[in-house]
Design a protein around this ligand. Structure first.
Ligand SMILES: Nc1ncnc2c1ncn2[C@@H]1O[C@H](COP(=O)(O)OP(=O)(O)O)[C@@H](O)[C@H]1O
Ligand SMILES: [Mg+2]
Length: 367
């Protein structure tokens, strides 16, 4: 019940949502901690990967479902003098992993800069409260520190999201922050030097085209960890199932999908992604849009809402088909043709839940 009272807020940061787990881990943690870290690297790993044995009576749920070695390298990087770059396709849990790592290591995931074309050096360094600046001239009070500057002062980890979307000037500013671990504030005749514990986790989307390539100098400052697209069926089913259930509990809407349907959905996504049916016998066209794990989670969640709100309460092929069409149509109607072809060449001959799915998806993709 305590849980549902806390759920009133739509999206709590990881450190609040999993506060109980983090506290239990900290209390049980006897391992050596890098300066300023809330937890030892080993406990950070346990927090991210989950644990089969409760810690101090608290179940540690898995956050990232995937390669443990990848998570270990990411954690080790943050304990070193290098910053961490999580690179990969969209929807592979880069931001998710970054948030949980910061929550576990620094106790906050909120020191975040969102990278966009409009990100300026101020967002990485500092700005001013102009009313105060005019009234009193440059002062500590008038200074508005960026999340990165705060992280430097407090010895925490800052996040820079979607770094490839920022301009070369902003990337250059980041190089100087990472190499010198200092930010000069000439207006105050001051230089902020980073405290121990400061680092940066950046995320980069390898699908972003036509945006800024990272310079070699910037790349050198980072240790790259590539977050892979999951190609194992059972593994992706596990992720989709778990995250859909969490969303349902967070939003308090929807209905649990039958396992058969989750499997169907993930199969469709994987077959469209790889361009072949699972048995390798049939080739299919791949859509241009991203059919990520994140997208699969949201399709499944949406079908449950459709079923609960407008159907008979049980999620079936029809709801799934409608939600899936909505996800694919984002990239334009051509994508629907791809699904349509897939339906005829692959889905049509399958039995069970595939039958209703085929019928409904056929109807929904009639152009
Ligand atoms: N391997 C995974 N383990 C746990 N959650 C995952 C995994 N892959 C995708 N997700 C889920 O997908 C959603 C989107 O992930 P996100 O971090 O926003 O992707 P990215 O930043 O890589 O584009 C999150 O809700 C996340 O929980
Ligand atoms: Mg992201």
């Amino acid at each position: 019940m305590k849980q549902s009272a806390r759920m009133a807020e739509l999206r709590l940061p990881a450190e609040q949502k999993f506060a109980e787990e983090l506290t239990a881990l900290a209390q049980a943690d006897s391992g050596p901690k890098p300066p300023q870290w809330r937890l030892s690297p080993k406990s950070v790993e346990t927090y991210v990967m989950g644990s089969t044995k409760p810690v101090g009576g608290v179940t540690i749920t898995p956050k990232y479902i995937g390669d443990r070695a990848l998570v270990q390298v990411a954690i080790a990087t943050l304990a070193s003098d290098r910053a961490l770059m999580l690179a990969g396709e969209p929807g592979t849990a880069k931001s998710w992993l970054s948030e949980h790592l910061c929550a576990a290591i620094s106790g906050t995931s909120l020191l975040t800069v969102q990278g966009t074309a409009g990100t300026s050096e101020e967002h990485l360094k500092y700005g001013w409260n102009y009313a105060l600046l005019i009234a009193e001239g440059p002062s500590e009070r008038a200074l508005v520190p960026s999340p990165v500057l705060r992280a430097m002062r407090e010895g925490r980890i800052a996040r820079v999201e979607e770094i490839t979307r920022t301009s070369p000037e902003v990337q250059d500013a980041l190089i100087s922050i990472l190499s010198e671990k200092q930010v000069a504030i000439p207006e105050l005749n001051q230089t902020v030097s980073a405290e121990h514990g400061f680092s940066i986790i950046a995320t980069a989307n390898t699908r972003d085209r036509g945006v800024n390539e990272m310079s070699a100098a910037l790349k050198r400052r980072f240790n790259f960890v590539t977050v892979p697209v999951v190609d194992d069926l059972d593994q992706e089913i596990k992720i989709v199932k778990q995250r859909e259930a969490q969303l349902r509990s967070d939003y308090q809407v929807g209905t649990p999908p039958p396992d058969e349907l989750t499997k169907l959905l993930v199969t469709v996504f994987q077959e469209l992604r790889t361009g072949a049916s699972k048995d390798g016998k049939t080739k299919v066209r791949t859509p241009n849009g991203v059919l990520s794990t994140a997208e699969a989670i949201s399709v499944l969640f949406n079908s449950g809402i459709l079923a609960q709100s407008f159907g008979n309460g049980e999620t079936g092929g029809a709801e799934l088909a409608r939600a899936m069409v909505g996800a694919l149509a984002k990239e334009g109607v051509d994508e629907l043709k791809v699904l349509r072809e897939y339906l005829e060449t692959v889905a049509k001959s399958r039995s069970g839940a595939w039958k209703t799915f085929y019928q409904a998806a056929r109807q929904a993709t009639t152009l």
